[in-house]
Design a protein around this ligand. Structure first.
Ligand SMILES: [Mn+2]
Length: 380
């Protein structure tokens, strides 16, 4: 049996200010583009089963373009007859039941099996005359109930294949967390060897956890933490209880996090020279990149010719400057002081001084809100 395992496609995601001639956000289109590459691959290679382990959409209310696009692509799949199982992830799962679930649009599409009712479901599929049970555990708003559902999961003994699919951070050896407030935790002991395969979603880096459990990672780069990663999905061959997985790479837009420029012993013109060289090596056209200025004294940072950098990078999809500024009057180092990030920095500094737990989560949430508001102010 041949299976494709994909996750974290985040359809409807958009970022940065770059838009196409039609006024559509470039990164939003990039995300559709990789998904279409995947569907093309599936239609061409005709696997026996496709599993999407959550975060098909980026949000609870994806925009009309994301909905139309996903429908068009999944109908292409549906026509091939390949079963497509998709579980809800934390990004698309509504906090309130009355909001309704975006996955309900797939309820009546043939060969598409959306699982989004906060309950463990067993789907029984006949694949090449073999009984294949998909044990699907979607996102839930109640961590306690989620843990209860987790405990119920058990392979079916008279099935030819038992496949588990879940969305969350596996904990045990290491925590595969995305630092999101609504993420759910799956203890590694739950990943039983008795399953023929365990298809996970949520963690955005391709990872093999155990001999039979995998995260394929996200299909695009969503933050600079992803920069340099290979993005794609898993193709696996299952036969006689043997597993042969391979990673299939998708073509994503280059995202580059450049080597930090150590500024503490450099003069302004030397720093500018290094920036120029860095940008030149990157060849910004059509790319997303970040330049890090390490330990730069505040007075030098203020004299950096941002206008020149903007000109050099004008053909990039997006670029940003991360500056670790040393303030002379203050011994503590501050993070990032570029003009665009001013409010974000204020927030970081504020949070640093507060005596609260879960700072990382608050930081991520807060920055998200600020970026959203700033983007709105910019008429995005
Ligand atoms: Mn995700």
């Amino acid at each position: 049996m041949k299976i494709l395992h994909i996750a974290d496609t985040h359809l409807g995601y958009s970022a940065y200010r770059k838009v196409t001639e039609e006024g559509i956000n470039q990164r939003e289109l990039d995300v559709y583009n990789v998904f279409e590459q995947f569907i093309d691959y599936a239609v061409k290679t005709k696997p026996d089963l496709i599993i999407h382990a959550g975060d098909l959409f980026d949000s609870v209310r994806p925009n009309n373009r994301a909905i139309t696009f996903s429908m068009k692509q999944l109908i292409r799949l549906s026509k091939t007859g390949i079963p497509f199982v998709v579980i809800a992830g934390n990004h698309e799962h509504p906090k309130l039941r009355e909001t309704g679930h975006i996955f309900s649009i797939f309820d009546h599409v043939e060969n598409i099996y959306p699982v989004y009712n906060e309950k463990y479901e067993k789907l029984s599929l006949n694949i090449n005359n073999e009984k294949t049970i998909i044990h699907a555990l979607p996102q839930s708003n109640n961590k306690k109930e989620f843990n209860e559902e987790l405990k119920k999961i058990k392979p079916v003994s008279n099935a030819d294949y038992n496949i588990l699919v879940a969305h969350g951070s596996v904990t045990g050896i290491k925590v595969f967390s995305m630092n999101e407030f609504n993420e759910l935790f799956i203890p590694i002991d739950m990943l039983s060897k008795d399953f023929d395969y365990i298809a996970l979603g949520h963690y955005h880096k391709y990872t093999q956890l155990t001999s039979n459990a995998f995260y394929p990672g996200s299909t695009e780069n969503f933050t600079f933490a992803d920069a340099g990663d290979k993005k794609g999905f898993i193709e696996l061959e299952l036969s006689n209880k043997k597993l042969k997985p391979s990673f299939i790479q998708l073509k994503t837009r280059p995202m580059i996090d450049t080597k930090p420029i150590k500024c503490s012993n450099l003069k302004l013109d030397e720093i500018m020279k290094k920036i120029r060289e860095t940008v030149e090596t990157i060849q910004p056209q059509g790319k997303t990149f970040r330049i890090t200025l390490q330990n730069i004294p505040l007075q030098i940072y203020r004299s950096i010719d941002l206008h020149e950098i903007r000109k050099l990078s004008s053909e990039a999809i997006h670029y940003e400057i991360k500056a670790d500024v040393i303030k002379e009057e203050d011994e503590t180092k501050n993070l990032g002081t570029s003009k665009i990030n001013a409010l974000v920095n204020e927030f970081k500094q504020f949070l640093k001084k507060q005596d609260i737990q879960e700072k990382n989560i608050l930081l991520k949430l807060g920055i998200g809100y600020i970026e959203k508001i700033e983007a709105r102010d910019e008429g995005k």
